[in-house]
Every structure is written in structure tokens, then in C-alpha cells.
Design a protein around this ligand. Structure first.
Ligand code: NAP
Length: 322
């Protein structure tokens, strides 16, 4: 067995979405030897968004395109990149933090957690069984498979409505099924969706089961007011019912709220010194590309300040500049 290589950094960023990229730009520009690790390809959740229309400076831009720009910008400042890396072990509690992967042991004086969040599951019968065979959590990735078909989008937030609107590019009919009367999505999104005649709302309703043969054929819906049950024939189901944070690796080491999101102060400092959190993974009132990017900048700035005041544990190429 080959020995794992030890790699030393001033700042190690976990997660390469808008928060991670922004943290990388600020940390590296602040003379910290910086690396970003991600379990997937770089880009994070926004890479799967069809379009964004609220990132300042870009009235309309594809999510993938915007993340490519973020990555290019990060490259400009020489951030070391480790995509498609699975983390096996994390120890955040010492002065020198350790992140072990299959091939390397990363050691860093500061860690910025920007691992984001993932689609919450409905946890109903049929959901896991038909994942990839009619159940999808990514309209941009899978929408094209539903040309002239009927799909159901579940949820009443911005994601559900925006992705339902996107799916009408392909599907002949899109149901939005929401568990109550009022929608959570922004008014501008609601009014656009309401004008789309391929979309039909089914309100006060929960999907209680997904059924099919080899692929999805129908869903069972229960009215949340009357308990009435009905069947609806659909070819695809897209749950967009919110996000849960990607925190399994850190659980027990950091303070989290009741939903698992990491608690930070305004400087993105977590309950562990030298560990910062940024973007969707933290307890924040707004989860947008712009707020994630802002969090990343603050977290990196806080990491820089922390290294100026704390005794540094290892000699790094940039340590003499501190
Ligand atoms: P969200 O805003 O939390 O909305 C989740 C929706 O799913 C809510 O309508 C909720 O119902 C429903 N829901 C939750 N659990 C459910 C369950 N078990 N069964 C059925 N329905 C359930 O989540 P999101 O739409 O994924 O958005 C996440 C964040 O990203 C938000 O902050 C959002 O504003 C942001 N976002 C922004 C944009 C944009 O600005 N362009 C685009 C996408 C997302 P209730 O309403 O009854 O709670």
C-alpha cells in the first residue's frame, strides 16, 4: 500500500460552489496557500440551474456558465484544486486541522466549510425505488427525457416553480403539487408560472406514494384538508422541497441548528476556532449565489485575520508574509 501524501495549507476550502470559489479568491489573494476540495466536479448546485436572473451584473446567465466564470477567476489566483475527492476522515478540533482522503492527508491551519446542501427527500414509498427511472432532483439534467410527457413537480418554493417553468420546454403538462394553499416562492416567479398554460397547480395536496412498472406511471395524492386520496398519471416526478446541509463529515464537531445547518457568527466563525462555514451549509436566512459568494469572502477574510493573531502550527511558504 502506498503511503498517503501529506499536504500543508494555510486555508483548506471544502466545497467548490459559489461560497468555496469566492473564499478561494479572497484567501489566495490574501496570500494564504489555499486549496479547494470537492467530492464532485467543481461548480456546486448552481451548475444545475438552467438560468439565474438575480446575480448582479448578469441579467440572465446560465448557472453552469456563471460557475465556470467563478472557477476561472479562482484559477487566476493560483488556488490548488482537488475535484472528485472523497473525504474519509475529518478532524477539525486540533490547532492543525486534518482532512484525510484516499490518497492524501491535508493539514491546514484554517478550514472553510462550503459543502452546500442537497435536495431533501420526500421519504415516501417508491421515491428511492424509481430514482433515475422517473424520479429526478435535477430538471436541467433530466428535463430532456420528458419531451411531450407529463411530469409532477413537488413543492411551493422558488426551486419548484422555476424548475416547473423550465420543464415546460419539454413536457406537454407540468403539475405543481404543493401541500398548502400559499406559495413560498417569490411573487415575480409565481406570476410568471401562473401565466404558463402548460402548468397546473394542485394545492393542499401531498404526494404519498410513487408507483410504476419499470418506470414511474402514477402518483398517489392525498388532500391535506379532506384526506381524500386520488391517483394521477405522470411520467416523471421532480421533488423540490428544500435543502438539507451536507454536514455528515463534521457532525459532532461543530454546533449545528436543529435542521443540521452549521451555526456561525457574522464573521462566518463556527463553534471551533479556525473553522469557518460559508454558503448554504450554514444557518442563514437567504440561500442564493450572491449570499454564498459574500459568505465565502467574509470567511476567507476571517481566516486571514485568524492566522494573523493565532500561533501558526506549521511553516508555510507564505508564513513570512503574515
Ligand atoms: P424552500 O424555499 O425551502 O421551499 C421548499 C418547499 O417545499 C416549500 O414550499 C415547502 O412547503 C415544501 N416542502 C417542504 N418539505 C416538504 C415535504 N416533506 N413534502 C411536501 N412539500 C414540502 O426550498 P427551495 O425552493 O429548494 O429553495 C431553497 C433556497 O434556495 C431558498 O432560500 C430559495 O429562495 C433559494 N432559491 C432561490 C432561487 C432564485 O432566487 N432564483 C432559485 C431557487 C432557490 P411549505 O411552503 O408549506 O413549507
Amino acid at each position: 500500500m502506498t503511503e498517503k501524501k501529506e499536504l500543508l495549507f494555510d486555508c483548506l476550502i471544502l466545497g467548490a460552489g459559489p461560497a468555496g470559489f469566492s473564499a478561494g479568491i479572497y484567501a489566495s489573494r490574501g496570500n494564504l496557500k489555499t486549496a479547494i476540495i470537492d467530492i464532485n466536479m467543481f461548480g456546486g448546485q448552481p451548475s444545475n440551474y438552467f438560468e439565474l436572473e438575480n446575480y448582479p451584473g448578469f441579467p440572465i446567465i446560465g448557472g453552469y456558465e456563471l460557475m465556470e466564470k467563478f472557477e476561472e477567476h479562482t484559477d487566476k489566483f493560483g488556488v490548488e484544486k482537488f475535484p472528485m475527492v472523497e473525504i474519509e476522515r475529518v478532524n477539525l478540533l486540533g490547532g492543525l486541522k486534518e482532512i484525510e482522503t484516499k490518497e492524501n492527508i491535508f493539514k491546514a491551519n484554517t478550514v472553510i466549510i462550503a459543502t452546500g446542501a442537497q435536495a431533501k427527500k420526500l421519504n415516501i414509498p417508491g421515491e428511492a425505488e424509481y430514482k433515475g427511472r422517473g424520479v429526478s432532483y435535477c430538471a436541467v439534467c433530466d428535463g430532456t427525457f420528458y419531451k411531450d410527457k407529463i411530469v409532477a413537480v413537488i413543492g411551493g418554493g422558488n426551486s419548484a416553480l422555476e424548475e416547473a417553468h423550465y420543464l415546460t420546454k419539454y413536457a406537454k403538462k407540468v403539475y405543481i403539487i404543493h401541500r398548502r394553499e400559499g406559495l413560498r416562492a417569490d411573487k415575480i416567479v409565481c406570476s410568471r408560472v401562473c401565466q404558463n398554460n402548460k402548468i397546473e397547480f394542485i394545492l393542499n395536496s401531498s404526494v404519498v406514494e410513487i408507483k410504476g412498472t419499470d418506470v414511474v406511471k402514477k402518483i398517489i395524492i392525498q388532500n391535506t384538508k379532506t384526506d381524500e386520496i386520488k391517483e394521477l398519471e405522470v411520467d416523471g416526478v421532480f421533488p423540490y422541497i428544500g435543502l438539507s446541509p451536507n454536514v455528515e463529515l463534521f457532525s459532532g464537531q461543530l454546533k449545528q441548528n436543529k435542521n443540521g445547518f452549521i451555526e456561525t457568527d457574522v464573521n462566518m466563525q463556527t463553534s471551533v476556532r479556525g473553522v469557518f462555514a460559508a454558503g448554504d451549509v450554514r444557518n442563514t436566512p437567504l440561500r442564493q449565489v450572491i449570499t454564498a459568494a459574500a459568505d465565502g469572502a467574509i470567511a476567507a477574510q476571517s481566516a486571514i485575520k485568524y492566522l494573523e493573531t493565532e500561533p501558526v502550527n506549521i511553516t508555510l511558504p507564505f508564513a513570512d508574509l503574515l
